[in-house]
Each structure stands twice: as C-alpha cells, then as structure tokens.
Design a protein around this ligand. Structure first.
Ligand code: NAD
Ligand code: ZN
Length: 238
C-alpha cells in the first residue's frame, strides 16, 4: 500500500510527467486526447514543431504553436502537487525530478525540483542571455525580441533534438541513486534520456502511478493504475 511505503521511507524521490498536471487542466502528450494523438497542422505533428530544427527554420510558426498550445499561465497545482509539497515540508522528500515544463511543482512550494526539460516561466535572450519571465512570451507577437539587444528570446524548454542541462541531470540522477523510495507518476516513460534515469534507482520501493501501463511496471513493488491526484491526494502526511 502506498501509505505504508510513504510512512516507512525517509528519502523519497518523485519522478513526474505530464499526467501529474492533467488534473490542473494541462493536456499531456501521449495520454488519451493528448497533443501527440495526431497531426496538429497540415503534415506536422506536435513533436516536429517542438523540435530544435523547426525552431530555427520556422521560429514564427514555432512561437504561434507554442503560445497557443503549450502555455497555461492560469493553471494551479492540484492534489498531487500539494501532496508532494507536503512530503518536502515533512522532511521526507529528497527531490522531485520532473519532465514537466509547467512550473507547478515550484508553484506548489517545492524547492527541491529538478526541471529536466526546463520551464516555460524562464526565457533567455539567445544573444545577451538577458532573463525574461513568461509575460514576455505571452505579451509579444511573432518572434519575441530582447529589449536590450534585439536578439531572439528563447524559452528555457528542452526541444526535441536538444540535450537537457547536464547539471540538472546529474543532480536528478544523484537523488534517484540515493533514495529509498522512488515514485514515478504520470509519465509514459518514453522520452530519453529522462526515462533512463530510473536505472540509477537501487532503493527499496519503486512505485508507478499512471493511467496506462509503463515500461517500469514490471520492476515496480507497487503499480497504481489510476489518477495521480486521487492516489496522492488521499495520503496522510504528517
Ligand atoms: P506523456 O504525455 O508521454 O505521458 C503521460 C502519461 O500520463 C500517460 O501515460 C497517461 O496515461 C498518464 N496520465 C495522464 N493523466 C494522468 C493522471 N491524471 N493520473 C495518472 N496518469 C495520467 O508525458 P511525459 O511522459 O511527461 O512526456 C511528455 C513530454 O512532454 C515531457 O518531456 C514534458 O516535457 C512534455 N510535456 C509537459 C507538459 C507539462 O509541463 N504539463 C504537458 C505535456 C507535455
Ligand atoms: Zn539580448
């Protein structure tokens, strides 16, 4: 039972994906009705548009899609995020390794967050590295430009074909290799290298909470096939 595993573990790490944020109204990619379920524009899939080469070749189209489909500034943390924050407050959590770019773990209060694929809340000028918040992207049209130097402002989001930040990955793998319970929630585990981080786990309990089967189910001590917010929301955390 999940409650028992949580009660007995002192070094818990969460590994989360888009499914943790669907109850906040943000669609996932590969779940039912997800963004990857078909063509999103003539001849183009979301995966093609959200790629490094598309960004450089067609930045205007990239930003139009990105603004329309990837940004949910009003989404709020749900019961899953809140439970994970409660575990950090209770001193039982070593970190949250997330593939999500929505910033909701930080918004819930967590500090020990490894955003492996970046965050829509951080944007940088590609020429002078000036920082911009999400408003910059929301309140500009076409290609967002730096107010200092005119360079293109790029979201700190890891696109297909780009490598995630080395230090974030190192920190994430370190926490996974040191934890006694790893709870994988709301991810299809189909994006690399993030999915392979699980190989660093040598602890006691691997838990998978997902609506659909995942490649990690076979090696898990507990599989909960259901809603992450529901499963985590009913935990009693001191
Ligand atoms: P995915 O779409 O590949 O898989 C999501 C999984 O979560 C599916 O297996 C689905 O069945 C399951 N799921 C959906 N809602 C659930 C719920 N309420 N409870 C339990 N399970 C649920 O997502 P992924 O594995 O995170 O990979 C997608 C990539 O796309 C990530 O790298 C991420 O950066 C990006 N992405 C991020 C967001 C976000 O930030 N919220 C949203 C979509 C995609
Ligand atoms: Zn600049």
């Amino acid at each position: 039972m999940l409650q028992e595993i949580i009660d007995r573990s002192r070094r818990i790490v969460f590994f989360t994906g888009a499914g943790v944020s669907t109850p906040s109204g943000i669609p996932d990619f590969r779940g039912e009705g997800g963004l990857f379920s078909g063509e999103v524009e003539e001849g183009l899939t979301a995966e093609m548009i959200l790629s490094r080469s598309f960004f450089y070749l067609h930045p205007e189209k990239f930003f139009a899609f990105y603004r329309a489909r990837m940004l949910f500034p009003d989404a709020l943390p749900n019961a899953a995020h809140r439970a994970i924050y409660a575990l950090e407050r209770a001193g039982k959590l070593r970190g949250v390794v997330t593939q999500n770019i929505d910033g909701l773990h930080k918004r819930a209060g967590n500090r020990l967050v490894y955003e492996v694929h970046g965050s829509v809340w951080e944007n940088y000028c590609m020429d002078c590295n000036a920082f911009y918040g999400l408003e910059k992207i929301l309140h500009s049209e076409g290609i967002p430009r730096c107010e200092r130097c005119g360079g293109v402002v790029k979201p700190w989001v890891v696109l297909y074909g780009e490598a995630p930040d080395k230090y974030t990955c190192m920190g994430a793998c370190r926490e996974i290799s040191n934890c006694d319970a790893l709870i994988v929630a709301g991810t299809s585990l189909s994006v690399e290298p993030a999915a392979s981080f699980l190989e660093y786990f040598h602890g006691k309990h691997l838990v998978v909470i997902n609506r659909e089967p995942t490649p990690a189910d076979g090696g898990a001590s507990l599989v909960i096939r259901g809603d992450a917010a529901e499963a985590l929301g009913k935990l009693k955390i001191p």
